[in-house]
Design a protein around this ligand. Structure first.
Ligand code: DP6
Length: 364
């Protein structure tokens, strides 16, 4: 039986509490992938496992209210605002998402739903908000399920369900459920790992990663010309698909050991290789495209020159966009921040100084 069937069957066997209305609020962070999820199959299953750091200051804050409908209904009624404004694009994506999971969350048709979401980072900052947004939403759905059926009091069970539901909204969102570091994708390297949900791998981290910094250098906030969803699709028949799978496999093994022993040089070599490979895969897709800009390359060159001359372990990674994440240990914050202000800020629109975070928080 698939996990989806197991989850559906479990709820069918439970009696729901009679709840007229309920409201809650979750704050959930974004994450930055060290090993990238790029390419998928089936229903939101990853082509290869990925590993990420959970961020702290870049988060979505989602208020969720359900009011019981008076009569039977098979439709989903949802009102959604982002930063107090109607957002037809996100609203439609959420409706499609709810439609796709109504067998998993049967209460979605029994209640009128109000969602008010906001992001701590500017909407146009060029930071993917789908990871924080969908994970916050999935945490609300999971909490509602627990209120109705009382079946998720075990923290691990609760988080797995939340990660599973997050993944169905946006793959990278599955990794935002845990503190500090997450692994999504079945692999012999990690016990209990699965393609269906992410797992907490914060225990792997060597103390050098405590308070690890991620300064997000926003070089452009423009809308991406090619969405991640389309980029994933282009991996289906990509000429380097096999090579990418092999590379990801090798990187996962090496990254696991670098995280465990605190080998920053190896860590840095892998994150930079992952970032450049991700964009090389875009360049060599059919049709090929690129999301990095001249400023992205100038920032990367400056980072490499600074690392070389100052012997400070700071490394870049990239999302599916032109912005650069600069990763470094907390103990070098003063020197790296000085470097950012002097040399990188002139090349960027603005900088968000973030760091490893403790995962989502239920605010009410
Ligand atoms: C490059 O999670 O945004 O950031 O599942 O289609 O919503 P969907 O894709 P998404 O892809 C993220 C791609 C990435 C790498 C990563 O975060 O692992």
């Amino acid at each position: 039986m698939s996990l989806r069937e197991t989850y559906i069957k479990e709820l069918r066997g439970l009696a729901a509490q009679d709840i007229d209305s309920v409201e809650m609020r979750w704050q959930s962070p974004s994450n930055i992938a060290l090993i990238k999820y790029w390419g998928k199959h089936g229903n939101q299953l990853p082509m290869n496992p990925s590993v990420s750091f959970t961020l702290s200051k870049c988060f979505s804050d989602t208020y969720f209210k359900l009011i019981k409908k008076t009569g039977p209904s098979s439709t989903i009624n949802v009102g959604f605002t982002l930063d107090q404004k109607a957002s037809p694009v996100f609203s439609n994506r959420i409706k499609d998402y709810f439609d796709s999971i109504k067998d998993l969350c049967p209460f979605l048709t029994g209640y009128d739903i109000i969602i008010e979401s906001s992001n701590s980072f500017p909407h146009s900052a060029g930071i993917a908000s789908s990871a924080s947004g969908f994970s916050a939403l999935a945490l609300c759905l999971t909490t509602m399920e627990d209120n109705l059926y009382g079946n998720l009091d075990d923290d691990l069970k609760f988080r797995r369900k939340a990660s599973y539901l997050s993944r169905l909204g946006s793959g990278s969102a599955s990794r935002s459920i845990y503190k500090r570091a997450s692994w999504w994708g079945e692999s012999p390297e990690i016990a209990d790992s699965s393609d269906e949900f992410a797992v907490d791998v914060s225990e792997l981290l060597h103390p050098i990663f405590n308070g690890f910094q991620d300064s997000v250098l926003i070089v452009s906030s423009d809308k991406k010309p090619v969405s991640s969803s389309h980029g994933h699709q282009l991996m289906d028949f990509h000429p380097y698909r096999k090579g990418r799978l092999h590379q990801a496999d090798q990187h996962l093994r090496d990254m696991k050991s670098a995280l465990q022993i605190g080998d920053l040089e190896r860590f840095g070599h892998i994150v930079e290789s992952e970032a450049l490979s991700l964009h090389a895969l875009m360049l060599s897709s059919s049709p090929g495209y690129f999301l990095i800009s001249g400023e992205t390359i100038a920032v990367i060159r400056a980072i490499r020159a600074f690392r070389e001359s100052e012997k400070i372990p700071c490394y870049f990674t990239l999302d599916a966009g032109p912005n650069v994440h600069l990763l470094y240990p907390q103990q070098f914050s003063t020197q790296v921040k000085e470097f950012i202000i002097d040399e990188l800020e002139p090349l960027t629109d603005h900088v968000i100084y973030d760091e490893l975070g403790n995962g989502p928080v239920q605010l009410s």
